[in-house]
Design a binder for this molecule. Structure first.
Ligand code: ATP
Ligand code: MG
Length: 459
């Protein structure tokens, strides 16, 4: 029992003496076990019964205190991942950089993390399998276990270092997080610059929480971000992809975007779009804002949102700049669009690795923008039956709402969808009478001018 409580794995460096947490009683914080998912509370109880320390921790305690429904529930424990695995048949060990156990109950996964110590590079010794840093101090692996107090100190923000004990409904607060939550402040634990150097993703997390919770970054937490934003270049693109989804699909995309721009964090994530923002600030900013507003609205009304649409919008400004420049070099509009899409994704996946299951539909949404103006003959009906029509049409409306002149194309498609068969035939024949019958003329010279439906121009 004693062995379990004092984790045998590897004791963190000797400290001057343990720091006592502030202990908050139920009448002070007003939370009870009922504020947490039954499964998460059961996991903590079972680990305690097996002789380990176990608490609900992190976002679920923070959100519950704020009256926000927690997205997921995390448990921190003195049990090692292997000991957790042994305790729960429905669990598995995941991660290498940060090893932890997932306990699965139907669709709910409870993340159980072993107390870790916030070790420095000097402590690393020879066991690089447990922990390692790169030259700039970034944590590459973080599997040195420690005490509950160590665990609190290695967490990112004070508001995320609160531990709720299901057995007595007390909260243990090692970093003054309770007061910061009351004052709606995001404050890094420890020296801000060093904490960002250890893990630059904390800069994105600060922005995400500020947007989600409508909190303010405390000045010393905010100050280094402008200077250190470039550190995001060193983060693996797969991790940034996960973060980007959290940033933009949590229902506060618009505010997140504003804060990312304010703190110079947008350009390291989306360099091509950031360049387009400099070239055509009014149009690009409006397009992105409208896209985020729509996304937030869909999420708040519990409608689905696909990352493919989000990336279509986020990268469209970069795409159009490229496509127009390729056309200026003499390329036809269609291949220019294809080539621009290749180039944009090639650049983007080094920063944010969009998986194929989303980049392919993103490209289909873009292709639709080329196809939607071509409606003659049977083309309109073929397009209407296309699985990507709806997303393509929504995207067209988004472009129009941002000031792109598509010569009423969005309206035409809105009417066409509501029209009867005979009305549709009439709409198609009006189309050909306006522009003449569908022609099969070939151009003798490659077109070099910009097609209006591709180029947002200067709205
Ligand atoms: P949410 O789940 O609402 O996104 P969260 O705070 O629970 O917010 P998670 O990513 O689930 O965020 O992480 C759980 C906890 O792990 C955090 O509250 C924090 O204490 C700790 N944590 C997560 N990421 C980091 C990090 N990069 N550096 C330090 N601590 C972290
Ligand atoms: Mg969480």
């Amino acid at each position: 029992m004693l062995k379990k409580l004092f984790n045998p794995f590897r004791l963190s460096r000797l400290r001057k003496g343990p720091k006592q947490p502030t202990v908050l009683d139920a009448h002070e914080h007003r939370l009870s076990c009922a504020d947490f998912s039954r499964n998460s509370a059961n996991v903590a109880v079972r680990l305690q019964h097996a002789g380990f320390q176990a608490y609900l921790v992190g976002g679920c305690v923070r959100d519950a205190l704020l009256g926000v429904t927690p997205k997921d529930f995390d448990v921190a424990t003195s049990a090692t991942p292997e000991e957790v695995r042994h305790e729960f048949r429905n669990s598995r060990i995941i991660g290498r950089r940060f090893k932890l156990a997932h306990v699965q109950f139907g669709r709910e996964i409870i993340e159980v993390a072993t107390f870790r110590s916030g070790h420095s590079q000097d402590d690393e010794g020879t066991d690089s399998d447990l922990s390692s840093h790169n030259a700039s101090g970034r944590i590459l692996r973080d599997n040195v276990y420690g005490s509950m107090e160590d665990d609190a100190q290695r967490r990112d923000f004070t508001m995320n270092a609160l531990y709720f004990d299901v057995s007595n409904e007390k909260i243990y607060d090692y970093a003054n997080g309770f007061t910061d939550i009351k004052n709606r402040l995001i404050r890094l634990i420890g020296d801000p610059e060093q904490r960002y150097l250890e893990d630059p993703v904390r800069m994105l997390r600060a922005i995400r929480f500020a947007a989600k919770l409508d909190f303010t970054l405390e000045p010393s937490t905010a100050e280094p971000i402008h200077r250190l934003a470039h550190l995001l270049h060193d983060i693996p693109a797969a991790r940034l992809y996960e973060e980007v989804l959290k940033l933009f699909l949590s229902g506060h995309a618009l505010r997140t975007y504003e804060l990312l721009c304010e703190y110079n964090l947008f350009a390291p994530l989306f360099p091509g779009t950031a360049k387009a923002l400099l070239k055509q600030p009014a149009y690009v900013d409006r397009l992105l804002r409208n896209a985020f507003k729509n996304t937030d609205k869909r999420i708040s009304s519990e409608r689905t949102v696909t990352p493919a649409f989000l990336f279509a919008a986020l990268l469209w400004p970069a795409l159009t700049v490229r496509a127009v420049s390729l056309q200026h070099d003499g390329m036809h509009p269609l291949p220019a669009m294809q080539e621009a899409a290749n180039q944009v994704f090639l650049e983007q996946i080094h920063r944010v690795a969009v998986p194929k299951r989303f980049s392919i539909p993103t490209r289909e949404i873009w292709d639709m923008q080329e196809r939607l103006p071509r409606r003659a003959g049977k083309r309109a009906d073929t397009l209407l039956a296309h699985p990507r029509f709806r997303a393509g049409y929504d995207f067209l409306l988004l472009r129009e709402s941002s000031g792109e002149d598509t010569q009423g194309l969005g309206n035409w498609w809105s009417e066409y969808q509501d029209a009867s068969d005979s009305q549709r035939r009439e709409m198609i024949s009006n189309l050909s009478s306006k522009s003449g019958a569908p022609r099969k003329r070939r151009r003798s010279k490659p077109r070099t001018s910009k097609p209006t439906h591709m180029d947002p121009g200067q709205p």
